[in-house]
Design a protein around this ligand. Structure first.
Ligand code: UDH
Ligand code: MN
Length: 369
């Protein structure tokens, strides 16, 4: 009897011991499960930031985690690229030679060019004529500055041709039309100075400035609208000059300087009223500052100019021949450091920023010869 009792007691004890062991084992498993979840929770914050925790797929994968499955099933390695975090993804630098350039282009100015069409065909261009490539990070931010008055018809062609070209060139850019208010004598170089200052006021990251006449369209998109270590002349082979430079020191039409090059020559002259001479003065400034002009290949720097008559109030400046003899004397006092003007209106259009400006009038009126 006592042996029977002893045997039963022994079995009960063994069962209790087994139960205790089982309980201990379950406790250990649960402990590690919670610990692993904690680990996953914290590692999520440190690896991906809070936005990942809010992602429904992320939280569900955490909920069903098990000690041996937590780390791999949460997909730590692929998550950063698969899901956008709070900061924009880092894009690779834009290539030096952009892929997808066309080369020679067919440029004509016969078919009508409504602004609505240009707008429709350039959906990636933001208000004010701003564009940033979606797939790479450009080294420069380019402000394209256009001196302007009463040339709406030309501007429509310019925008139609240039936006797709600049986009293919993978540029981050903005277009600034500097519109001279009133009917006093036109002053191209002063408007360009205004464009430099006003573009920088809008975006201090501009570090390349391309100055372009409104009626000049490049015939080859390999003519890259960028700045280099020397001032650049782009429009070197215009149709109206038989696709040649009219003279060795020609710097007109389309040119580009980075910020420090522009400041080094005290910007452009403000005192050339009427047509001519200001581009030669700029050429002199560049030479006097010890810089050289860089130019594209003659087969690439080809341009078409929209045919036009001479504008009213932009008659040839008779003072230009004597003025360009004196650049050395005048460039220190006349330039970006002394430009006076008043902005009347800044209007951000879908394809460009229009800045209407009062730049005054020549000191003697009408200008004396
Ligand atoms: N510009 C205007 N409005 C004007 C004058 C000039 O917008 O009233 C701007 C425009 O960007 C133009 C640039 O200044 O492209 C240069 O002026 P321009 O085109 O008159 O200069 P270009 O050397 O003309 O082309 C010379 C006169 C051509 C007369 C030929 C007659 N057969
Ligand atoms: Mn012209």
């Amino acid at each position: 009897m006592s042996r029977l009792l002893g045997g039963t007691l022994e079995r009960v004890c063994k069962a209790v011991l087994l139960l205790c062991l089982l309980h201990f084992l379950v406790a250990v498993i649960l402990y590690f499960d919670v610990y692993a979840q904690h680990l996953a929770f914290f590692s999520r914050f440190s690896a991906r930031g809070p936005s990942r925790a809010l992602h429904p797929a992320a939280s569900s994968s955490t909920n069903c985690s098990r000690p041996n499955a937590t780390a791999p099933s949460s997909g730590l390695p692929e998550a950063p690229s698969a899901r956008p975090g709070p900061t924009a993804p880092v894009l690779p630098p834009c290539p030096d030679s952009p892929p997808g350039l066309v080369g020679r282009l067919l440029i004509e100015f016969t078919s009508p060019m409504p602004l609505e069409r240009v707008q429709r065909e350039n959906p990636g261009v933001l208000l004010g004529g701003r564009y940033t490539p979606p797939d790479c990070t450009p080294a420069q931010t380019v402000a394209v500055i256009i001196p302007f008055r009463h040339r709406e018809h030309h501007l429509r062609y310019w925008l139609h041709y240039l936006h797709p070209i600049l986009r293919r060139q993978r540029l981050r850019y903005g277009i600034y039309v500097i519109n001279q208010h009133g009917e006093d004598t036109f002053n191209r170089a002063k408007l360009l100075n205004v464009g430099f200052l006003e573009a920088l006021k809008e975006d201090s990251t501009y570090n390349c400035f391309i100055f372009s006449d409104v009626d000049l369209v490049p015939m080859d998109d390999r003519n890259l609208y960028r700045c280099g270590d020397q001032p650049r002349h782009f429009a070197i082979a215009m149709d109206k000059f038989g696709f040649r430079l009219p003279y060795a020191g020609y710097f007109g039409g389309v040119s580009g300087l980075n910020k420090s090059q522009f400041l080094r020559i005290n910007g452009f002259p403000n005192e050339y009223w009427g047509w001519g001479g200001e581009d030669d003065d700029i050429f002199n400034r560049i030479s006097l500052a010890g810089m050289k002009i860089s130019r594209p290949d003659i087969r690439i720097g080809r341009y078409r100019m929209i045919k036009h008559d001479r504008d009213k109030h932009n008659e040839p400046n008779p003072q230009r021949f004597t003025k360009i003899q004196n650049t050395k004397l005048t460039m220190k006092r006349d330039g970006i450091g002394s430009v006076r003007y008043q902005v009347l209106e800044v209007s951000r259009q879908p394809l460009f920023t229009n800045i209407t400006v009062d730049i005054g009038r020549p000191p003697s009126w009408p200008p004396r010869g």
